[in-house]
Design a protein around this ligand. Sequence first.
Ligand code: BDR
Ligand code: CA
Length: 345
Amino acid sequence: MQSVLMDVDTGIDDALALVYLLSRPEVTIQAITCTAGNVGARQVALNNLALLELCGRAGVEVAVGAEVPLEIPLVTTEETHGPQGIGYAELPRPAGEISPRHAVDVWVETVRAHPGEITGLITGPLTNFALALRREPDLPRLLKGLVIMGGCFNYQGNTTPTAEWNVSVDPHAAQEVFAAYSGLPQDSLPVVCALETTERIEMRPEHLQRLAEAAGAGEPELVLPEQPEGQRSRSRNLLVACLSDAIRFYMEFHRLYDQGFVAHMHDAFAAAVAVGRTPFQTRPATVHVETGSPRLIGTTVADFRGIWKEPANARIVVSNDPGQCFDELIASVGALARSLPLRSS
Ligand code: BDR
Ligand code: CA
C-alpha cells in the first residue's frame, strides 16, 4: 500500500491527478488539503469533495488551509480553469463537509502519526506546506518523499515570461520550502515536476476518446476543435462526462494561447510520479525563487553545477515518457470509470 497526502488547487489537471490516485487500488489518500490558486481555497475544497463523491469515495478528509499567499495578494485564474475551477464540468454540490481541521494541522498530525510512510504531493501553490514546515521543521525527514508540481528551469514560464503558475502565486512560500530542504540527504529532496517536462504531457482529443473506450462507453467521446466552444459531453458515464467537459475547457484555453487544441496535464504527471507509475529521471540542483524583482518575481533558478557552492535542495525531473504516462492514466482512470454506475438517459 502507498499513502499519499495531497495539497491541491483543483484545477482541471489537479482533478485528473485526484481521480487518477483514486483509481489506484494500492493507493490510500490520507487527506486532501486545499490551497488557493486556480480558484479560491473553499471552491477548491468543494471541487475535491464533489470529485470524491463522483468517484464513489466520499469520506476522504478535505481540509482548507491558508486562503491567501504568505506575503502577496491572491490571484486566481478562472480564465484557465473555468468559473468553478473544473472547466465546463458542473458537479452537484457535495453532501460531504469541509473538515474542521486546518490544512496545516492535517499535514503535521498525519505525517507525525505515520513517520516514514507518507508521500506528499503538492500540485498547487506551496502556501500550506510552507506553513506546515514552520510548525514542524522535521517534515522533510518524517515524510517518505515529496513531489511538487511547480517552477520552470531554463524554460519559459506560463504566467510571466519566466515564472510558472504555482510558484508565481506564492513565491515566498516556494522559496521557504526549497530553503528548508537545503543540505538534506539526496533521497529526501523534493522531486520537482516543472514545466519543461509537464508541458510534454499534452492531452489531445484522441486521449479522451481512448479514455471513454477504456470506460466501456458505447459512443465515441468526441471533443474536437471544430465543435462549438462549450459543447457538453453526452456520455452516460458521469466521470467520463466530467473529465471531458473539464478538459474541453482547458483545450480551448490552450488554443487561445496558440498552443493548439491540447491540454497540459501537469498535475496528473506529478501524481503518477508520486506513486511510481511513470518513468522519469532527475538531477539534483540548488533552487532559488526570486521574490524581489518586480519583473522576475516567481522565477525559479536551478544551479545544477554547484556554482553557488550551496547544497542541493531539490531533484528536478529532467526526462519523462508522455506516451507511457497517458497509457497509465487512461487505463487506470478508465477502469475506475467503468466500475461506476451510469446515468439514466
Ligand atoms: C500548474 O498551474 C495550475 O494552473 C495547474 O493546475 C498546475 O498545477 C501549472 O503551471
Ligand atoms: Ca494545480
